[in-house]
Design a binder for this molecule. Structure first.
Ligand code: SDX
Length: 431
């Protein structure tokens, strides 16, 4: 950030305080309030951090008004159409698009780390078959810190690099194992002759009893879903990873914390919640009923897959995914999928409804990803694990950036206390 030497003046209790202003390469200026409490004895108040920059970063930039998403400056629609997930992983991790040699080396390193320690297979048998795969993912990823002791020292750059590669490489394997365990099928080992997305589909859908050939169109759609979910500034789960990491916790425990946060229906759980909502709506005739419920302040119902804290224009990822949805459904011959018909009519209705226009509520990334994953044959319970494995590179890139930041310190927000002031204990006889 650039110290503009500009300052903002705050007048408070007869005093005036100068707050330094920093300017980003693009986006809003920030007020530096780090000395505010020490100078003026007051906190700032921002539940949900809607107006608070928690850090500086060079990884991802979102312009919610323009519906723009940049990864290291490259627009998401260009990456989705021209790149592939492991190349985007390299870009997010190291800051530049790789040369052919750098990409080959990176892909080889990831490919060679896709297997998990054989003893980790036993973890799965401790879960009920009907456990939600996100519960399994949180448990098994956290337990990686019980196996990979040689990559838990966050102060060793080499160990940080190994942990990053292991997590990016093993999350698809663990997610696929969680799926196989939930349907009572044997685990399928990763294959080094398949690319990242094809390997994941093979680990999920192949069975030992017959050959399974990954359709290249499905592999491309899968890879595009990975790219579109890779990173997204300081969203709730990334902020969770940063806060957990600020205590010095090991990377596997911090990523497990990010997975736990992503599970919520307001965040990464929205793709599953969106499909369940579409199934509940059931037919285009019932759409008006649900639109009215979404507008009713007394009804907690919200349209899953709509709205965003930052995007007040279209979510650029939803635009790309909408095209993928049409391609996948046409390939699978399910373009007349009743859920897709409901989804398309719901989108059309909401986009023409005053409430949604006025509140700038557009379909977000979760709206179309769920439809594509459903068409591919994934159960809704696997939607968020797929989001988690995609977002692992974003969490890890932000984690590496934070660890390397000399300003890095343990996160410790304050509060507006509205409770009781000090009072004496009352013996039970007197209560
Ligand atoms: C992700 O942060 C990220 O970057 C997240 C993510 C990422 O890549 O990491 O993009 C992934 O989490 C996408 C969002 C997925 N969640 C959903 O689709 C769940 C449904 N959406 C909502 O829960 C909601 O839109 C949020 C949580 C996404 C945003 O919540 P905010 O910040 O409270 O929304 P807002 O301030 O823009 O809301 C403005 C108004 C409010 O009404 P008023 O208080 O002004 O009267 O719109 C209403 C909200 O109640 N509103 C909705 C709505 N979303 C917001 N009303 C009906 N349906 C909705 N979906």
């Amino acid at each position: 950030m650039t110290d503009t030497k500009k300052t903002a003046q705050l007048s408070l209790n007869g005093e005036t305080y100068e707050l330094p202003i920093f300017s980003p390469t693009t986006g809003p200026d920030v007020l530096d309030i780090r000395k505010l409490y020490g100078q003026a004895g007051v906190f700032t108040y921002d539940p949900g951090f809607t107006s608070t920059a928690s850090c500086d970063s060079t990884i991802t930039y979102i312009d919610g008004g323009k519906g723009e998403l940049l990864h290291r400056g490259y627009p998401i629609d260009q990456l989705a159409s021209k790149s592939h997930h492991l190349e985007v992983c390299y870009l997010l991790l190291y800051g530049e698009l790789p040369t052919a040699a750098q990409l080959e080396d990176f892909e080889t390193r990831v490919t060679r780390h896709t297997m998990v320690h054989e003893q980790m297979h036993n973890f799965f048998r401790g879960f009920r078959r009907d456990a939600h795969p996100m519960a399994t993912l949180v448990g098994v990823v956290g337990a990686m810190s019980a196996f990979y002791h040689d990559s838990t020292d966050i102060n060793d750059p080499w160990q940080r690099e190994v942990a990053a590669i292991r997590l990016i490489a093993k999350l698809p394997t663990i997610a696929a194992m969680a799926y196989k365990y939930s349907i009572g099928q044997p685990f399928v080992y990763p294959r080094n002759d398949l690319d990242y997305a094809a390997n994941f589909l093979h680990m999920c859908f192949s069975v030992p009893a017959e050959e399974y050939h990954v359709d290249p169109i499905l592999a491309r759609a899968m890879d595009r879903i990975f790219i579109l979910h890779a990173d997204h500034e300081q969203n709730a789960s990334t902020s969770t990873v940063r806060l957990a990491s600020s205590s010095g916790a090991n990377p596997f425990a911090c990523i497990a914390a990010g997975i736990a946060c992503l599970w919520g229906p307001a965040h990464g759980g929205a793709n599953q919640a969106c499909l369940e909502m579409l199934k509940e709506i059931g037919s285009v005739e019932r759409i008006p009923e649900f639109i009215e419920r979404a507008k009713d302040k007394n009804d907690p119902f919200r349209l899953m897959g709509f709205g965003h804290r930052v995007y007040k224009n279209t979510d650029p990822r939803a635009k790309v995914l909408k095209q993928s949805a049409d391609e996948v459904l046409e390939l699978l011959g399910v373009e007349n999928n009743p859920l897709l018909q409901v989804a398309k009519e719901l989108e059309r209705t909401a986009l023409n409804d005053e409430y949604f226009i006025e509140k700038k509520l557009f379909p977000n990334v979760d709206f179309y990803s769920g439809i594509i994953l459903e068409a591919m044959g994934f159960p809704t319970s696997m939607f968020t694990p797929i989001f988690a494995l995609s977002r692992t590179v974003g969490w890890i890139s932000q984690w590496k950036e934070m660890i390397a930041d000399p300003q890095n310190k343990i996160g410790r927000p304050r509060q507006l206390y509205l409770g009781e002031t000090a009072r004496d204990y009352i013996d039970i006889e007197s209560r």
